[in-house]
Ligand binder design. Structure first.
Ligand SMILES: [Fe+2]
Length: 260
């Protein structure tokens, strides 16, 4: 069934992005990597696919993953030191920061009100809002009440907002009025690379290309969780439609990169 995942062929297709800004490789804090070893294996594949840098974005999703910012920062420090000790001569991307993927749902207001929203900065700090850039997601299952109010509050309180994988919400289609309003308000959209390769099915595949063709998408992310996702990234790296897309379309991932 997963024969295609075993193929060894890989290309550095994602090199123009420089940095991956969405992955779950901080071990044992969410449904992503389960160990430093697993993260190392995945990061090796990401490097083969062209990524020079990665930014860790564990889930902050109450009550499923009720992470606390202070604890995540501690674990991040330990993880970086474990990676240095264990990587040996493996080629892997640089780890440049930890932020989070904050689900707009129960507990979100508390993260906001207690200053726990971990944010990215653009390399040129003048290009982002005072409080930085926060990655948010919605429920994948149901449209919750008040999403627009929460996003509006973030914007008015001085955050820039990136909405993760708009193509993955079954209740938001390619012509969604809510998404249209978000674009008018300056919300950035991040599409998952694996959506472009059909990993999540036909509907996300179609919507991901529709959104990009609408010029609605500023960022691509791997949303990397584990070795199976990494093998799927390898598969995506040789997808001709994706290769062409990366050749002709410029994304803003580089603006988050530290090393450029
Ligand atoms: Fe994610």
């Amino acid at each position: 069934m997963f024969d295609f995942l075993k193929r060894k062929r890989v290309l550095p297709t994602f090199a123009p992005l420089v940095t991956d800004m969405h992955c779950h490789l901080l071990p044992m804090v969410d449904d992503g990597s389960k160990s430093v070893e697993e993260s190392l294996e995945v990061m090796g594949i990401m490097k083969e696919c062209g990524f020079e840098e990665i930014r860790l974005t564990p889930h902050f999703n109450y009550p499923r993953f009720p992470n606390k910012a202070a604890d995540i920062k501690e674990r991040y420090k330990k993880f970086c030191s474990d990676i240095e000790k264990k990587k040996g001569d493996r080629q892997i991307p640089r780890i440049t920061s930890v932020t989070g993927e904050f689900q707009v749902g129960d507990g979100f207001d508390e993260y906001l009100e207690t200053g726990q929203l971990l944010t990215y900065r653009f390399t040129d700090a003048t290009e982002c809002s005072e409080k930085g850039v926060v990655l948010i997601e919605f429920s994948l299952h149901q449209k919750r009440m008040g999403l627009e109010d929460k996003v509006y509050r973030l914007l008015t309180e001085g955050y820039d907002v990136i909405l993760a994988h708009p193509e993955r919400y079954p209740y938001l289609d390619s012509h969604s009025e809510m998404l249209q309003r978000f674009k008018e308000q300056g919300v950035y959209f991040q599409v998952n690379i694996l959506s472009l390769d059909g990993f999540y099915g036909e509907a996300p595949l179609k919507k991901s290309f529709d959104f990009i063709e609408n010029d609605w998408v500023e960022f691509l992310g791997t949303d990397m969780h584990n070795v199976m996702y990494a093998q799927a990234l390898r598969h995506a790296s040789v997808n001709k439609r994706i290769i062409k897309l990366l050749e002709k379309h410029e994304f803003l991932n580089k603006k988050l990169a530290v090393g450029n």
